[in-house]
Design a protein around this ligand. Structure first.
Ligand SMILES: Nc1ncnc2c1ncn2[C@@H]1O[C@H](COP(=O)(O)OP(=O)(O)OP(=O)(O)O)[C@@H](O)[C@H]1O
Ligand SMILES: [Mg+2]
Length: 475
């Protein structure tokens, strides 16, 4: 994207640039503020509310409103400079840096907000990659010295050193890669149970357990570029996750503690979830005891609450699965990775991304496999999670017939398999009438036709009702 200048016509932007912009501006409707600021030849707003609704409606066809808007505006003589001016006025700095990674954010003024972009501490000449990354963040996201620096435990190889952790106004820490190296004992890839720091690996990178001095545990996700993803794509994902995490906060969403982006290493630091993932918990990994029916009711209602919060904030997760539902020490479920799925640039064997299709096949709704993005696809995936909660079975098992858990629903519906035989034999404290209710919710979530599926609010109300039936419901 180095050949893009302020004079480049918007219509000549490459598809990859448009995609990167839409990944940043589609969430939380950031594109709308841009659209309402675009002027026609005589200075009048180019887009009426009706136009804006038309752009909005393309989401239902799985398209990006940002792209639609830019295609339309691009039919005029508008330039990247015009777009950058508007983005700066709205402090959409990550989007600015997608267009003009080096100089725009260092020298331009922040416009109406009055915030000076010099606060970005841009150092493009000396350290381009870090400067670019910093420029991707809003001014309030940029490193500020803390009044009392925290001193790192020294590691044996490097000797004692005072760390440079600092917090932003949102309370995020910025770490250097070196500090994270110390916190994860040199990225010790031995599993935690063997004394190392490895928690697991997924489609976006490897997750390590880290320890901040003072004893707070964190999970550090080191994002991996694969062959098919550039560092630039990864930075887009990274900045998107940060921007989404800063605006979406809920007790049933995993919180972000901080990030690090110096050099080639992009890392996200999350609160540590000692209970691991629901997937591991249902499999009784490491000899853990099976979850009781009460815990399962509580977890399903909590996860639905987190998902409802995302949907109410116009955010579709796109990778709802038991591996992305993490548990704290009290088994409170928290949804993770809601910022990574939109812009994923790489994939594991279970994650599909063809064009803009993102997700995990064993959970994907028919329309999601065709690339359509709708909250109802999250509801479908949640239906698979409910089947896992009921049965304790993995979502896919190559040695099972049928391999996909979602297909076992057909067997139950055809009375080839009884619900009693389907439910987890290790589970204590269940009652048939309640199990039937949860199965009924799962079954409705798994309707082929998305319009026949319940909304997440309807799902939540059923699950809460089920959960509150237990007088002692605390775990
Ligand atoms: N905040 C966390 N606290 C504790 N463990 C975590 C945390 N985040 C992730 N993990 C562990 O790391 C594993 C890998 O997580 P990761 O998100 O990379 O992969 P995934 O969820 O299996 O797949 P995907 O990349 O599609 O999200 C998880 O299964 C979980 O056990
Ligand atoms: Mg995950």
């Amino acid at each position: 994207m180095c050949d893009v200048t302020r004079d480049t016509p918007v219509r000549k932007l490459r598809f990859s640039a448009l995609r990167a912009l839409s990944d940043l501006l589609d969430p939380q409707h950031a594109w709308r503020s841009v659209a309402t600021d675009i002027r026609g030849a005589s200075g009048e707003p180019r887009y009426s509310q009706q136009h804006i609704r038309r752009f909005e409606a393309v989401v239902l066809q799985g398209k990006s409103p940002t792209m639609e808007m830019l295609f339309d505006w691009g039919t005029t003589d508008c330039t990247v400079g015009d777009l950058v001016e508007i983005l700066l006025r709205h402090q959409l700095l990550a989007a600015v840096s997608v267009l003009l990674p080096d100089h725009s954010t260092c020298h331009a003024s922040a416009g109406s907000s009055g915030a000076s972009l010099s606060t970005l501490q841009c150092e493009a000449a000396e350290r381009p990659s870090e400067a670019c990354l910093q420029a991707c963040m809003r001014p309030e996201m940029i490193t500020k010295p803390v009044s009392r620096p925290v001193v790192m435990e020294p590691d044996s190889s490097s000797g004692p050193e005072e760390n440079t952790w600092s917090t932003t106004e949102e309370g995020f820490y910025t770490f250097t890669h070196r500090e994270l190296t110390v916190m994860t004992s040199g990225w010790d890839e031995r599993p935690v149970k063997h004394g190392g720091c490895l928690l697991g690996a997924g489609g976006f990178g490897v997750v390590f357990r880290g320890s901040m001095c003072g004893g707070t545990d964190v999970a550090v996700k080191k994002l991996n570029p694969l062959d098919d993803s550039s560092l630039e794509d990864l930075k887009t994902q990274f900045n998107q996750e940060i921007q989404i995490l800063r605006s979406l906060k809920h007790e049933n969403l995993v919180s972000m503690v901080g990030f690090s982006g110096d050099g080639q290493h992009l890392c996200l630091v999350y609160e540590f979830m000692p209970g691991g993932s629901l997937l591991e918990r249902l499999a009784c990994a490491d000899g853990a005891s099976a979850l009781s029916w009460l815990s399962r009711c509580c977890i399903s209602a909590g996860a639905a609450r987190g998902l409802q919060y995302l949907h109410h904030n116009n955010h579709i997760h796109r990778d709802v699965k038991s591996g992305n539902i993490l548990l704290d020490e009290d088994f409170v479920p928290k949804i993770s990775d809601f910022g990574l799925t939109r812009a994923s640039a790489n994939h594991s064997c279970s994650t599909v991304m063809t064009g803009r299709i993102v997700g995990t096949t064993a959970y994907m709704a028919p329309e999601a496999l065709r690339g359509e993005i709708t909250p109802k696809s999250d509801v479908f995936s949640f239906g698979v999670v409910l089947l896992e909660i009921l049965s304790g079975l993995p979502p896919v098992d190559e040695s099972r017939d049928p391999k996909l858990l979602m297909e076992m629903k057909d067997e139950i519906d055809d009375e080839e398999l009884s619900l009693e035989d389907f439910i987890d034999g290790k589970m204590q404290g269940w009652r048939m009438e309640e199990v039937e209710r949860m199965y009924d919710v799962a079954s409705r979530c798994l309707c082929e036709k998305k319009n026949k599926r319940p909304t997440i609010t309807e799902v939540l109300s059923e699950l809460e009702d089920l959960h509150h039936k237990h007088p002692q419901s605390s775990r």
